[in-house]
Every structure is written in structure tokens, then in C-alpha cells.
Design a protein around this ligand. Structure first.
Ligand code: F6P
Length: 549
């Protein structure tokens, strides 16, 4: 069944939220703490190894009550059932959205076109398992009978970002295989990576759901040519594998049928790391760890499916984000992981969040009348503190932030860990409390400044505070906890799309640029004259032609 199409702004809850916003927009979070000694525990969700404290937000009990009412009024529960049960909720592409099935236990039943898809999922999982085990333990050897040393993932968008982020995030759990990622059609990217590789001991994983993506096919062709400079044609079968739904196109590329890892149309690219798209993850950290990543995600699926909304992490974080986006009119949100391992986490999430919810037409086909699609950005702390935190603390923009931290370090370096985590806690405290004028003056006095200097300096040293943050504290970075965290954001994206009444699972917005690039490429490569361009583009193209003559 199709998703319901309820315009959120027409709900009673929305109207109440608008009125409520006017009442509390200037209220101070720290005053709420004074008034309610239970605030911290009241606005905390403890689940498994996750401790999510959202008490440092610009919300009162009433705010949460109304946001939950909004979720009920748009019938989030009904939408969630449809999501997990495989209804065609990617309506514009006529597809189910079933990445959650990929992390189900084998005994589960998920029906697509009258058939349970779980046996097929497990067939592919077993193929991933056997292949990764054989490559890792050296049973499958290179064409020169050597052990593989390197793996290169060739893909872009969802066929790159997910595996690249997980491989990086779980580097602590990696084996001897070095994993590289080539995504950009920029020839310097591919050359920079291959220049240090030995083709005799490198395995290439071509990942493309459609197997038509220009970037991926160009890189794959370049690499195959480079590989065949020394290797015989038959070596391709040992060194190239592919992950795709488009089996015919993969075969036409010359890849052996046994080296094809299938995926399905009901897995969206940006949610596909749980499928064979995650092959390079399994190669890098071993299948067992890959499976733990999946089981962590499954636990989050169950939490999201079953927990009442008031204690449901993806629902609460999604609602908070709607509160800031639609009522406070916040322009963006920051996500700050306090772990260097999660260096690529936000880049990865940008595709999930912004490709999914960057839509302006609602599920009725009408223009939306509220802001959708949050802009997210961020870098690991503490590096980000020394880069853009100034703006969050003292700039003019309201930037709600999610802080993600892990209590235990992986290398047991507790001295560093305590320093890292003291920053983690201090920043959210500073953002909320700020530093009032009287404190600044006292501090300057004790530092021995003159009266005149104090008057001059004080305004610059005041921190307004009242900057909202949510803290996600996890015991330890493991494949399982990372799986939970990624799934948490996937469901947050889903909840927001449902509330905004948009379709989150298509991405037509990426098409136009691709089409125009193809036209321009044709004009550049056939050296014909440039047609039908605006004056600016025309001048740029002519200048490019002159420079590259
Ligand atoms: O960016 C558009 C997009 O279609 C993404 O959704 C997808 O992850 C990416 O291109 C790559 O597509 P494919 O896996 O088909 O090569």
C-alpha cells in the first residue's frame, strides 16, 4: 500500500508547535535545568550500549509532547510498518525500500513479488563470506600465484561512500589487506591510487548498482587497461569482481559470471553497504565483523520498529531536527564525532540525508510549503574545535549539533581518551551555558586587566550560550555499535521524509547535470562547435578549448 499523503503543516500539531515556538523561542535551556532537576534523565534514552542525552536542547516537556503528536498525526507508525514490510514506498521509482531486510536473521520472511527474499539474501551473504575468507586466508590467489595484498573498490556515491566510511571507521579491526577507493572520474584520482599498486597482488571490486555510471565504468576501463599491460587476458577473471543488479552489463564488461555478486532494485544505492556493496568491508575486516555490523543495524531496526516514539532514538533525533529546521528555521546541522576513525562519517551521511530529503515536491505532487532536507556538515572533534567551532559558539547562526562519542578507546590509551572526552563534554556544556558578562568581567579582573581594557574586551568575550546539542555516547566503537549508529541515521532520514510528506528514496535531482555533461562531452570530444549553451557556459567552454588545444 502507498504511503499516506498528509501535509504536516495542515496538522493540528503543527499549528500548536507554531504557537508553542513563539512562547519558548527565547527560553534558556539552563533555566529549564534549574526548574526541573530531573530534566537530564527525563530527556535521555538508554538503549543497549547507547546513551542519548537530548536534554541540552531548546525544548520543554510540551515541545516533545507536540512533536510526538505530529508524528502520530502523520501516521508515522503506519509508514514504518510499510517500510519494513516491503510496500512500494519508493513510489516514483516503483520500488520497495528494503535495505533493512539485508540485516534480518535468516529465519525472517520478507515478501517481494510474492516471494520470500531472505533465501536469496543469504545466498549472496554466503558468497560474500566464502569469497572474503578465501581471499583473506590466501586460498584464492592472484594470477601469479601470490596472496592478494590490496583491494581496490571502484564505485561512486552509495557504491563508494558507505564501504569507504566503514572500512575507515573500523580500521582497528582490519586484516593485512590494504583497501583503496577510487570514485572520482578525475583521472588524477585513479592514477594516484594505482601508481603505488602491484597489479599482480591487487583485487579490483567494481561496484555499480546500474553498471552504467560514467565515473565507475571509466575508472574500471582505465584500470583494466593498466592491469592488462603486463597480465594476460585470462588473469582478469582472478582479479576483477563486480557487484551489480545489471548482470548482463557486467558480463559484457568481461567479468566472469562466478565473480558477480548480485544486488537488487529494492536496495537504494545510499543504503546499500549492507548488501554485496559491502564486499570490500568484508574483505577488509573479515566476514564475521561484517556480519556483526549487520546485526548491530538489525538491533537498531528492532528498536526503531518496536520502541514507543517517546523512547525511540531515530524518532526523537528526527523530531528534534524538524523542530530546529521548521520552527527555529536553522539553516544547517552539525554532526561532530569525537573519534578520528569516524573521519568520513559525515561525508557518508551527507549522501543519505541530502540525496534522500533534498526534495521540494510532496507526495501529492505539489510544491511543499515548508522547509525540507537538512544541510548537515561536520568533522571529528577535537580538530573541528580548532576550525569552525568559533562560529557555532559566537556566530549569528543557530547550528544544532549532534555530538557522538565512544567511552572506551581502542588502544587503551586512557590518558588521551580522557583528554578527548573532556573536550567532548566541555563543548556541549559551553555551548549551552555560554559565558555571561559578569563572569567575563570577573575573569578579566583576576587576570589583572585595567578597568578600561575590561570595558573594551568584555563584549568580545561573552558567549551567549543556549546553543542546542544532543549527545550520543556509545560504550565502544565496534562493528556492532557502528552498525547501530548508521541504522539510526537511516531511520532518522526515513522519519523526516515521512513527516515532510516527500519521497525520500528517489534522486532525480542528480540527472540533469549528468545529461548536460554528456552533451558537453560529446561536443568536446568530437571537436564540433558548442551548441545551445548560455553565454557564460559558452565562453567557459571556448576558454577550456583554447587552454587544452
Ligand atoms: O548520485 C546518484 C546515484 O544514483 C546514487 O544514488 C548512487 O549511489 C550512485 O549514483 C552510484 O550509482 P551506481 O551504483 O548505479 O553506479
Amino acid at each position: 500500500m502507498a504511503l499516506k499523503t498528509i501535509n504536516p503543516t495542515s496538522t493540528k500539531a503543527w499549528k500548536k508547535l507554531e504557537a508553542h515556538f513563539k512562547d519558548i523561542k527565547d527560553a534558556k535551556i539552563k533555566d529549564w535545568f534549574t526548574k526541573n532537576p530531573n530534566r537530564a534523565s527525563q530527556f535521555t534514552v538508554k538503549w543497549e550500549d547507547f546513551y542519548v542525552d537530548y536534554s541540552k536542547n531548546r525544548i520543554s516537556d510540551k515541545t516533545i509532547e507536540l512533536l510526538l503528536e505530529l508524528a502520530d498525526e502523520v501516521d508515522l507508525r503506519d509508514a514504518t510498518t510499510k517500510y519494513f514490510e516491503g510496500d512500494i514506498i519508493n513510489t516514483t521509482e516503483g520500488r520497495e525500500v528494503l535495505h533493512t531486510a539485508l540485516r534480518n536473521p535468516e529465519t525472517a520472511k520478507v515478501i517481494v513479488d510474492g516471494k520470500n527474499i531472505m533465501p536469496e539474501i543469504y545466498q549472496v551473504k554466503n558468497k560474500i563470506k566464502n569469497f572474503s575468507n578465501q581471499i583473506i586466508n590466501g586460498d584464492l590467489k592472484s594470477y601469479t600465484e601470490q596472496r592478494f595484498t590490496d583491494v581496490v573498490n571502484i564505485g561512486i556515491g552509495g557504491s563508494d561512500l558507505g564501504p569507504a566510511m566503514v572500512v575507515d571507521s573500523l580500521a582497528f579491526y582490519s586484516n593485512h589487506l590494504k583497501t583503496h577507493f577510487i570514485s572520482n572520474v578525475d583521472g588524477d584520482h585513479v592514477n594516484e591510487v594505482i601508481k603505488n599498486l602491484n597489479p599482480e597482488t591487487t583485487l579490483f571490486v567494481i561496484v555499480s548498482k546500474t553498471f552504467t555510471t560514467q565515473e565507475t565504468l571509466s575508472n574500471a576501463n582505465t584500470i583494466r587497461e593498466w592491469f592488462l599491460k603486463n597480465a594476460p587476458q585470462k588473469a582478469v577473471a582472478k582479479h576483477f569482481v563486480a557487484v551489480s543488479t545489471n548482470i548482463e552489463k557486467v558480463k559484457a564488461f568481461g567479468i566472469d559470471e562466478t565473480n558477480i555478486f548480485p544486488m537488487w532494485n529494492w536496495v537504494g544505492g545510499r543504503f546499500s553497504l549492507w548488501s554485496a556493496v559491502g564486499l570490500s568491508i568484508s574483505l577488509s575486516i573479515g566476514f564475521e565483523n561484517f556480519d556483526k555490523l549487520l546485526s548491530g543495524a538489525h538491533k537498531m531496526d528492532e528498536h526503531f520498529k518496536r520502541e514507543p516514539f517517546a523512547k525511540n532514538i531515530p524518532v526523537i533525533t528526527a523530531l528534534l531536527s524538524i523542530w530546529y529546521n521548521n520552527f527555529f528555521k536553522a539553516e544547517s546541522e552539525a554532526i561532530i564525532p569525537y573519534s578520528q576513525y569516524l573521519n568520513q562519517f559525515v561525508t557518508y551521511l551527507q549522501q543519505g540525508v541530502m540525496e534522500s530529503n533534498g526534495k521540494s515536491i510532496d507526495r501529492n505532487g505539489d510544491k511543499v510549503n515548508c522547509q525540507t532536507g537538512t544541510i548537515i556538515w561536520g568533522e571529528p572533534g577535537t580538530n573541528s574545535q580548532h576550525a569552525f567551532f568559533q562560529l557555532i559558539h559566537q556566530g549569528t547562526k543557530l547550528i544544532p549539533a549532534e555530538f557522538i562519542g565512544f567511552a572506551k578507546p581502542l588502544y587503551n590509551n586512557n590518558e588521551h581518551q580522557d583528554k578527548l572526552m573532556s573536550n567532548f563534554f566541555a563543548q556541549t556544556e559551553a555551548l549551552m551555558n555560554g559565558k555571561p558578562k559578569n563572569e567575563v568581567i570577573n575573569e578579566l579582573k583576576t587576570q589583572g586587566y585595567s578597568e578600561e581594557e575590561i570595558i573594551k574586551l568584555t563584549p568580545f568575550k561573552v558567549f551567549q550560550g543556549n546553543k542546542p546539542t544532543t549527545t550520543i555516547l556509545i560504550n565502544k566503537l565496534t562493528p556492532e555499535s557502528l552498525g547501530k549508529l548508521i541504522a539510526m541515521y537511516e531511520h532518522k532520514i526515513f522519519v523526516q521524509g515521512i513527516i515532510w510528506n516527500i519521497f525520500s528514496y528517489d534522486q532525480f535531482g542528480v540527472e540533469l547535470g549528468k545529461q548536460l555533461a554528456n552533451n558537453i562531452l560529446e561536443e568536446i570530444s568530437t571537436k564540433t562547435s558548442f551548441n545551445n549553451h548560455d553565454k557564460s557556459t559558452l565562453n567557459l567552454l571556448k576558454h577550456y578549448k583554447d587552454l587544452t588545444k
